[in-house]
Design a protein around this ligand. Structure first.
Ligand code: ATP
Length: 516
């Protein structure tokens, strides 16, 4: 299936099955804002739980925080966001569509890279086991030409970004003959800077002094509280503070469903370290976070690191964990070595000392910070898009049937168990209710008695329920039920009393967290 079609199907499926709705849909929606439905909120909570447990529960030196969305406006001057939290935008005069200039160039570069990848694939298929990829990349004429194009483009691009040279960004777009995907024309405006922060007013007066911002990242709430936490929690460096919360950005281009939203959620952890130790911790957190991702089993090859071309105004090293979404490899999480940029600036702007006294070294210093920052909604999309499968099943009589199944990791699945009486009579519903009553203390269960059993299975496949339990007449006699497994569709007869153990084996976070 073409990846564009797949993406459309996933979006439609997310709506049809109560995962994600466009915000204010009855008023035709609001750009890049979404609501999570009854299944979406469960999946989202489970992702949060996995992250929070891995950070706060499993690390003695990491604690949580929940800071406010509104902050003193000077916070955003100190952090650099008022002056530097900009994206370069460009409009196509024919389609009137707005783009991020840097994204247009990156997409162009990805197209050249795709040509190289295609050559490699072709050669691999041709030469089989004897294929030497490194040698091919170093000698094939077409690959070399394309690689030279990428290198030349990178050089100009990085330098333009580093010097905020907007004319040069436009020139690159012209020289690369980049066209608007909608109008197909090269009729571009100049590139302008656009600040991504939303502002609003606090209090009843409406002069400028009362302008405040909706936070564009959760991190600053951690920075301004770091000494509160350190002192009250008697934390010793290195230590971390973790937070999950909403962030807001007035994104220029917002066409990729929940990948790029104007209101979204971040899961961030700031790790405070001794100056000089930051590279050690940066590497450590890169590895730790990759392990967290891979433990979920969404696919080993779906992840890669991408080192930043242009470092943000606060960083001395930065990498993204990229995930293969239906529209290609894109940033899922950022790992940044932020130096002492934020704390030093807050110290300067607030006039308050933000130093830590290191007992062992007997000295005071402003700590350095390594952060891990993942978008909860992007993680949701990663899970959802890698879980979506359309399958053709051959039935016993030789006819075929279709099913859509979400192979969501069982620990994250919105509903863990469907409890299904085979018929609506003979005491089967009553027995099913009893089983449900027992299981629902530990697992999110759903009771369903309407429709044929096959249709009920399909509905639960479509929301990713790992287990369906069917109660039939035999259950009344010998206290057994059939349990059906989502992925294999295998069914087995088990004793009711064994259910908690079987279910727990697959859905418990403990087994997942033990892999970390
Ligand atoms: P991008 O380059 O895609 O705009 P970014 O580099 O600006 O992202 P960060 O500032 O590093 O992103 O934010 C950390 C994480 O927050 C990102 O890795 C991403 O998962 C998430 N995130 C950022 N912007 C958005 C958004 N508009 N919608 C959803 N998630 C977002």
């Amino acid at each position: 299936m073409a990846s564009e079609d797949l993406f459309k199907k996933i979006i439609a499926h997310a709506k049809e099955y109560g995962f994600i709705f466009p915000s204010s849909e009855i008023y035709d929606g609001l750009g890049a804002v979404y609501d999570y439905g009854q299944n979406g909120v469960e999946l989202k909570n489970n992702i949060k739980n996995y992250w929070w447990s891995a950070m706060v529960k499993l690390n003695e030196e990491i604690v949580g925080l929940d800071s406010a969305i509104f902050m003193h406006p000077t916070v955003w001057k100190a952090s650099g966001h008022v002056n530097a939290f900009n994206d370069p935008l460009i409009d196509n005069k024919d389609s009137k569509k707005r783009y991020r200039a840097d994204v247009l160039i990156e997409d162009h570069r990805a197209k050249i890279q795709a040509k190289i990848d295609k050559e490699v694939e072709k050669a691999k298929a041709k030469f089989g086991d004897t294929f030497d990829e490194a040698q091919f990349l170093a000698t094939n004429q077409r690959v070399l030409e394309n690689q030279a194009k990428i290198d030349a483009l990178n050089k100009r691009f990085v330098s333009a970004l580093e010097t905020d040279n907007l004319e040069e960004l436009k020139q690159i777009i012209i020289d690369c003959e980049i066209v608007c995907p909608i109008s197909g024309s090269k009729n571009w405006t100049d590139v302008r800077q656009f600040n991504l922060m939303f502002d609003t007013k606090i209090g009843s007066l409406s002069d400028d002094a009362n302008v405040i911002y909706l936070r564009p990242e959760t991190a600053q709430g951690i920075f301004v509280n770091y000494l509160n936490v350190q002192k009250t929690g008697r934390m010793k460096i290195p230590f971390g503070i973790a937070q999950i919360g909403k962030a807001f950005r007035n994104e220029i281009v917002a066409r990729q469903f929940i990948f790029r939203m104007r209101e979204f959620e971040q899961m961030e952890m700031q790790y405070f370290v001794k100056p000089g130790d930051e590279m050690h911790w940066y590497e450590k957190w890169k590895a730790t976070r990759m392990k967290w991702h891979k433990a979920l089993g969404l696919g080993e090859n779906k992840y890669r690191f991408h080192n930043h071309d242009k470092l943000a105004h606060y960083a001395n090293a930065a990498a993204d964990v990229e995930f293969e979404f239906p529209f290609g490899f894109k940033e899922l999480e950022g790992i940044h070595s932020r130096t002492d940029f934020d704390l030093k600036n807050h110290q300067e702007f607030s006039g308050k000392k933000l130093q830590y006294f290191d007992n062992e070294a007997n000295e005071s210093y402003v700590p350095y910070v390594v952060e891990t920052s993942i978008g909860l909604d992007r993680m949701f999309l990663a899970v959802l898009s890698s879980a979506y499968f359309e399958e053709t099943l051959t039935k016993e009589d030789g006819t075929t049937d279709q099913r859509v199944v979400l192979r969501i990791p069982p620990q994250l699945a919105p509903v863990k168990v469907a409890v299904l009486p085979l018929m609506k009579k003979d005491g089967l519903p009553e027995m099913a209710r009893e089983i449900m009553k027992e299981l629902q203390f530990d697992f999110n269960c759903q009771y369903e008695e309407k429709d044929t059993i096959g249709r009920r299975y399909r509905r639960h496949d479509a929301i990713g329920t790992p287990f369906c339990i069917t109660i039939d007449h035999q259950s009344l006699e010998d206290k057994t039920v059939t349990i059906r497994y989502r992925d294999t569709m295998e069914q087995e007869r088990v004793e009711i009393k064994k259910l908690p153990e079987i279910i727990d084996g697959l859905v418990s976070f403990k087994n997942l967290l033990k892999k970390l």
